[in-house]
Design a protein around this ligand. Structure first.
Ligand code: UDP
Length: 249
């Protein structure tokens, strides 16, 4: 399906670490999200560019958000426009990084002393404050309430939606011989005030391990210098059946 929207580089709205946003000329309710080839880690302290990463992450996000839309999870995704660009609903983003964890890794291992790879009885959801100058600290529910970032019921809805996302995407990895260890989501409110999943889902924002040998198949390859990032992302795309190249219609 071709989506006809009009935007140029002059419609630039915002640059983040991994994506740009553009305004769409004919509507106030949509934006274009463009994926960059840039990779950053440790709050921007480590930086590199990988040709083709933007296209891969646009394809991964399309793949997962299509599946989520089909499963009835509200997302901002309206369709892929070209190799690196997608049409999204304009959201007022909640300044929280919402992390779902199935297995102990990363900062949860550091915080608890539990070894990476320790299984958990059921998934957990954590919230981190999106504030670069504070290095994105973890927040308890009482802090979210105190800072008035969302209403208590909205926080419960947001965590329930995050677990629904896990219910949809974790089996997609399991079916392809991979373990979804943890991942980060962002939510926002649309013009009608509904809570909607935004941002992206890609190996930049997920921890993915091979089910057989625990090989890291995500941005930890870059963070921890474990191998070739593009080759790794291409392997994950191939195993998941992600359509990276566009087919002309
Ligand atoms: N994550 C992310 N962006 C961030 C921080 C974390 O996408 O700014 C993802 C990360 O890739 C992992 C999950 O969230 O899949 C949990 O990250 P963690 O809290 O363990 O932090 P890390 O140790 O990766 O810095």
């Amino acid at each position: 399906m071709t989506i006809d929207v009009s935007y140029t580089d002059d419609d630039f709205l915002y640059e983040g670490k991994a994506k740009y946003l553009f305004e769409v000329e004919d509507s106030g309710e949509h934006l274009v999200q463009r994926f960059k080839d840039d990779a950053t880690a440790f709050n921007g302290k480590k930086f590199a560019q990988f040709e083709g990463k933007g296209q891969l992450n646009c394809a991964f996000t399309t793949h997962f958000f299509d599946a989520l839309n089909d499963a009835g999870v509200d997302t901002h995704f309206h369709g892929r426009l070209n190799e690196t660009d997608m049409l999204i609903e304009r959201l007022e983003i909640v300044p929280l990084e919402v992390v779902v964890r199935n297995v102990v890794a990363g900062s949860l291992s550091d915080r608890t002393g539990l070894d990476e790879g320790t299984p958990m009885e059921s998934p957990i959801v954590e919230t981190f404050y999106k504030k670069d100058e504070l290095d994105d600290p973890i927040l308890c529910d009482c802090h979210v309430e105190m800072l008035d970032l969302v209403e208590p019921q909205q926080l419960r809805d947001l965590k329930a939606a995050a677990l629904e996302v896990n219910d949809v995407i974790e089996p997609m990895f399991a079916d392809a011989g991979m373990r979804l260890i943890d991942f980060k989501l962002e939510f926002g409110f649309n013009a009608a005030g509904a809570l909607v999943l935004g941002d992206e889902i890609s190996p930049d924002t997920c921890r993915i391990w091979d089910a057989e040998d625990d090989r890291h198949l995500d941005k930890d390859v870059f963070r921890r210098d474990l191998g070739d990032l593009i080759e790794t992302y291409e392997e994950v795309a191939d195993r998941l059946g992600v359509q990276v190249e566009l087919i002309e219609d």
